[in-house]
Ligand binder design. Structure first.
Ligand code: GP9
Ligand code: MN
Length: 631
């Protein structure tokens, strides 16, 4: 032993290295994380380091070597328990632990009985670093050496830790832009910032939400309730209940904007099938319809459709408020005898769907594990839409009827790539590869929807269903304004144009109805819930919802975006300026003012419901507060 020259801070360094290496080995052996390239491997490799430098680095503040080593060993024990806890949870649920599930004891009902089968003797290796540290502390006297740490050294050490953190975050940001603000997939988080940092982040998000929740009481609901009641739109007497007990098949069309509908790109029709639907006697096509999503993108659109409430201005409500009480469309349909599900061939924890769907009372989530993804059936983000639809229709055939199933497509997702054999039209010719390819993936999606209609007919489900299809959010961001202006034949795009580009198509296809037509009311995703429920003859007059039935004679031409922009039949408010909707010219702000105030109020009311988890106090049977709501 004498020949080895141990560095000064041997025990701390040993701890950092041992826990680091162990964590990386555990990543590879115990979690099934898909790594696509060398950079992702590298990020996974370095991601435990920043946290470990900080937490073990605190040992530099200890004077007594005994206390210092005890601290280091305790940390290694705690981190091992956290990691091992995750492994156990993952073995059972295929997911990483998030704080709320620790408090939802019902989740562990099944776990208890199977704990024995989850644990085995070799799991002792998950504590390998602890064992190494304990042995080193006992048998290597050098480890117990007292070290005088000067301030400069400590400072340098923490500067290094900060640098490693930034390196990690920077690499993660290039690999997954906006990771922390929007991509709330636990797997992505662990892959990019590491399991320990992920837990800190999760604790931060969840405590923030629960603090707001704890401060709220039922009295806040009174005001919100008054607002909602005074904005109710009456039902359309002719249509209310006309399609009672039909299945509802809702299709979220990924990134589909309205500008491609009934339009061409260099002489090529982009959406031939959807174009036909706009003229089809069984289809209501809404041509002045807008998405209302924020950072939560697809998940926000799901939230809006299910609850007729807005997502949040910051973060994704699916992630931040996944445990709230809601009164979703699925729940309402479930009460009316429907079997409810979501079908989406992605990993179930993406957007915290697996947790959120429990709160939305969705009976079953057909995630990627419900599908057989064969060779060549995967592109870009996952399963291609055509086989996805085909297998979904087959699954639907087995569902008890009536059912409500919401399908989420994936192929027309940024960066809009396709396999050679799926390309049906050439790329567009602009400086934006994104926009150029977008037309091709939209064309593919159109084909997929066409096939889906046939699949439904083949499975005998078509006739007795209502098919609702809508674009979930924009596909082409303002970063591509130049290319977009070229396509639209404009000099440049103004805030007015960008607001108008938030239009997404909505189709309500009712086989055999014969009354379909183009509908021009200015409307948004928030209106879908009451519209569907009313077609099925389900009352919503006591529901806490912000939208209005699109067929109601009282539906107002007014749609609010999550960021406060809005569109009416006459005005568009964007970039803090008022525009004439017909001409796109900026006008005096006065006419927009009262709408702007209403928009703010509506968004605030919606936020109050979510932040305070107010629906837990609400009795939607009576439309009153629950008895014990006011403290
Ligand atoms: C992920 C899919 C895409 O499962 O819904 O989400 P997005 O990036 O569009 O929000
Ligand atoms: Mn989406």
């Amino acid at each position: 032993m004498k020949s080895i020259k141990w560095p000064k801070h041997s025990f701390m360094i040993l701890a950092i290295v041992a826990t680091w290496i162990k964590t990386v080995i555990v990543y590879h052996t115990s979690f099934d994380m898909k790594l696509e390239n060398a950079m992702q491997h590298f990020i996974l490799f370095i991601n435990p380091l920043s946290f470990l430098l900080f937490v073990y680095g605190l040992s530099l503040f200890f004077k007594s070597p005994k206390a210092r080593n005890r601290y280091i060993i305790s940390i290694s024990v705690i981190l091992s328990i956290v990691l091992y806890g995750n492994v156990g949870f993952y073995r059972f649920y295929d997911d990483f632990i998030t704080l709320p599930v620790l408090f939802q004891t019902s989740n562990f009902g099944d776990l208890g009985s199977s704990a024995a089968s989850i644990i085995n003797f070799w799991d002792i290796l998950f504590f390998a670093d602890v064992i190494i540290l304990v042995l080193a502390n006992k048998y290597l006297p050098i480890m117990k050496q007292a070290i005088k740490v000067n301030v400069q050294f400590r400072r340098a050490f923490f500067v290094l830790a900060v640098a490693v953190t930034f390196l990690n975050l920077g690499l993660a940001e290039t690999e997954r832009p906006q990771l922390l603000t929007r991509s709330f997939d636990r797997e992505l988080l662990v892959k990019n910032i590491g399991t320990y940092n992920y837990h800190l982040y999760d604790i931060y998000i969840q405590t923030k939400s629960s603090a707001q929740r704890a401060l709220a009481d039922g009295s806040e609901l009174v005001e919100v309730n008054n607002y909602v009641r005074s904005n109710q739109a009456a039902v359309n007497e002719d249509l209310f209940g006309k399609y009672k007990d039909r299945n509802v098949i809702a299709v979220s069309l990924e990134s589909l904007q309205n500008f491609v509908i009934n339009n061409e790109m260099n002489g090529h029709e982009i959406t031939p099938f959807l174009n036909e639907l706009t003229k089809d006697p069984d289809t209501y096509y809404f041509s002045n319809f807008y998405h209302q999503t924020g950072l939560g993108k697809t998940s926000d659109s799901e939230f809006i459709v299910e609850n007729s409430l807005f997502g949040l201005g910051r973060g994704a409500v699916f992630f931040t408020h996944g445990g709230n009480t809601y009164n979703s469309m699925a729940e309402r349909l479930g009460e009316n005898g429907y079997y409810t599900s979501v079908m989406h061939p992605n990993n179930k924890s993406f957007w915290n769907r697996d947790m959120m769907y429990q709160s939305l009372k969705i009976d079953k989530f057909y995630d990627v594990d419900s599908y057989t993804v064969e060779e060549g059936q995967e592109v870009n983000w996952g399963m291609k839409d055509i086989p996805f639809f085909e297998q979904s229709a087959a699954l639907m055939k087995e569902m008890p009827q009536p059912f409500y199933s919401r399908l989420i497509t994936l192929t027309n997702h940024y960066p809009f790539t396709l396999d050679e054999e799926d390309i049906m039209i050439p790329e567009y010719t602009s400086n934006s590869g994104t926009l150029n390819r977008y037309f091709q993936t939209v064309r593919y999606m159109d084909e997929a929807v066409k096939d889906f209609f046939q699949d439904l007919k083949d499975q005998g489900i078509y006739e007795n269903s209502i098919i609702v299809m809508y674009g979930d959010h924009y596909g082409i961001s303002e970063n591509h304004n130049k290319a977009m202006a070229q396509y639209l034949g404009k000099e440049e795009l103004t805030p007015y144009d960008n607001a108008m580009l938030q239009e997404v198509p909505l189709f309500i296809h009712i086989p055999g109805s014969g009354e379909g037509q183009e509908m021009t009311e200015v409307s948004g995703q928030i209106d879908i819930r009451p519209t569907i429920l009313h077609l099925l003859g389900i009352e919503t007059s006591k529901d806490m919802q912000m939208g209005a039935d699109l067929f109601s004679p009282e539906h107002e031409d007014f749609v609010i975006f999550r960021d406060g922009r809005f569109v009416t039949d006459k005005y568009v408010y964007a970039g803090e300026a008022c525009y004439d909707k017909a001409t796109g010219e900026q006008i005096d702000g006065e006419p927009c003012k009262s709408y702007a105030d209403r928009a703010t109020m509506e968004l605030e009311n919606s936020d109050a419901i979510i932040n305070g988890d107010l629906l837990r106090f609400y009795d939607e049977k009576t439309g009153n507060l629950k008895q014990d709501a006011v403290k």
